[in-house]
Structures are given as C-alpha cells and as structure tokens.
Ligand binder design. Structure first.
Ligand code: GLU
Length: 318
C-alpha cells in the first residue's frame, strides 16, 4: 500500500474506511464520493483505510481493487493504509484497557447470545453480560483463548450527528458490552476503528446511516481510552429493489460490471444524481461537484438503485 506524506491542510481530516470483503458496489462508491466531498470541501485531507481484519470475510485482492475503483472514479487520497498493519496500536490499546480493569474474557457463542432473545437495534442480538464478572487470565489478555469484551458503563451517550439525525443511545443497554478482540485473535471493529481514527487525527467521520447505531459504542471506546471524539455525519443509503441496503453479500452490481458499462463521469453523474447533488444524471467528475458542494443539497432519504447490466436508475423507496 502507498503511504504518501500528508499535505498541510485546514486541520480537517476525513477517512473512508471500507471493509475489504468484496468488490466496491454502488453504495460503496456513493459513500466514498460523499466522504471525499466532505473532506475536500473543508480544505481537509482524506485517508483511505482498508478494513481488512476479519479473516473469514476479507481478501487481500479486494484492497487493491478498492483503491483502483476509487481512483477510476476520480477520488484521490492523501494516504492509504491497511488496517492489519496497525495491529501494534490496537494491542497497545488493549494493554491500556486491561491495565485499567475494563476487559474480561467471554466464552459465549453467537448461538448462546442469540438464545437470550434480546434484539439489538442493528438486527443482531444484545449481549446480556453473562461473563462480565470474569477476570482476564493472570498472564494477561494475550494468552486469552476466548473473545475479550469491554465493560461499558450504563448511560445515554449524547452524540450529535451533523445531519441532525438523532443517533444517541445507551449502548450498554441496547447492545451490551462489545467484543474488542475476537476468539480467533482478530481485533474487532469498534476497537480498531476508534483507535485508528484517533491515531490518524481523524476529525470528521462521514459514513452511511447503517453505521449510525455503532457510534455510541465507539464513543464509549474513545472515552475508555481517553481519545478525542470526531464529528460524525451519517448519510443516505442506496437500497436493493427488494429492500435492505445494497451489499456485497447480496450480489449487487459491483465495480467490475459498472466499469464495463459506464465511464467514470457517467457513473459519477448517476451517483451525484442519487444524492440529490444534480437534478439530472449527466456526466460529471468529483472536482466539478466540489465547486458547489454543500450538505444542504444532499438528500436525507434513501434511494432504491435499479441496475439492468447496462444502465442505472434510481427511485424512491416504495
Ligand atoms: N468498514 C466498515 C464498513 O465497510 C465501515 C467503517 C466505518 O466507516 O466506520 O461497513
């Protein structure tokens, strides 16, 4: 991965942090475009962080393809990092949390957590705290062969979203204590994202609304580690025709299909139109959108994407 020196800026740093679990799709590209427009319109720098920590779902070739697809669309980044290269910082964070008594081992399987029947707001299941009183092994978290969780304090996390979306909640009550290191040794998303945002000096997190429910838990991780809290903004999603957000898992049109049918300005025009930045889906480039970019012009509601293999159209959700 390339890692260029960061230029002097307004002090604003954004990041786009896709998981490398598949090829970019329309939703990925829209999120990248909005994130890029946000940072650049503030005179900021922007980092591309490949979130490649899940050994079951991430593949190295997707990281290279992701970077190539974003470049093809016309998005440039000041630095590109692989999250797996940042493990030392994640380990230091766990050392700190362990020293302060915030961590415990958890032997509960996913099926056991589900069996408690406590739905969480993201469609998953709330962890009821079964193992909460257990201590870490005497020789520390590194020798622990179970998942490791972070004890969260109870209480509402009041986190303003720049879009005005009410995203605050009590993560301990709604989700329970998060896993910070998985049973297979991989660092978990909430820990890694919080540590990496702070290490990179990220001031603005712009991402899809599907991730809004993760924010209060990440704020708790920041608080436990004494890290600064960035400004958050969660934006519209592109949806499947049959409902639900576009996802690599559902076989949505991926960048290879889009690139074979559309030029970069054509696709950029469609994305700008889907976001409400252009009245018509006419060809454009990110630099041109930057000139008049304002979040006031980005629609708040989601759009359904229709792709027939050659053309893209968008409609309001039914
Ligand atoms: N890697 C996460 C995803 O692709 C996003 C992380 C984030 O923006 O915080 O869903």
């Amino acid at each position: 991965m390339t890692d260029r020196r960061l230029p002097p800026t307004s002090g604003v740093t954004g990041r786009f942090a896709p998981s490398t679990t598949g090829r970019a799709h329309l939703g990925t590209l829209l999120a990248a475009l909005l994130c890029w427009l946000d940072a650049r319109s503030r005179g900021g720098r922007i980092l591309l962080r490949m979130e490649d920590l899940d050994p079951e779902r991430c593949r190295p070739e997707y990281a290279g393809q992701m970077q190539d697809d974003l470049l093809w669309l016309g998005l440039d980044f000041d630095a590109v990092v692989l999250q797996s290269d940042l493990r030392a910082a994640h380990e230091r964070a766990l050392d700190q949390l362990a020293a302060e008594g915030h961590l415990y081992p958890c032997s509960c399987s996913r099926a056991e957590v589900r069996a408690h029947g406590l739905p969480a707001p993201d469609g998953g299941w709330r962890y009821p705290g079964t193992c909460r009183a257990r201590p870490l092994p005497m020789r520390g978290w590194r020798v622990c062969e179970e998942a490791i969780r972070l004890r969260l304090p109870r209480g509402f996390v009041d986190v303003p979203d720049e879009s005005g979306l009410p995203i605050g909640h009590d993560p301990a009550a709604l989700f329970g204590d998060p896993v910070v290191r998985r049973r297979d040794g991989a660092m978990a998303y909430h820990l890694a994202a919080s540590v990496d945002d702070a290490s990179a000096g990220v001031t603005h997190v712009v991402r899809g609304r599907d991730l809004a429910t993760t924010t209060p838990t990440q704020v708790r991780v920041q608080e436990a580690l004494g890290l600064p809290r960035p400004v958050y903004r969660h934006h519209l999603l592109l949806l499947e025709e049959q409902g639900g957000k576009l996802a690599k898992l559902h076989g949505s049109a991926d960048a290879s299909q889009l690139r074979s049918a559309l030029s970069p300005p054509e696709l950029c025009g469609h994305l700008a139109h889907s976001a409400g930045l252009r009245a018509e889906p006419l060809p454009t480039v990110p630099g041109e959108l930057l000139v008049s970019f304002s979040w006031d012009r980005v629609r708040g509601d989601d759009r359904v994407a229709h792709w027939d293999g050659r053309t893209l159209s968008l409609s309001e959700p039914a």
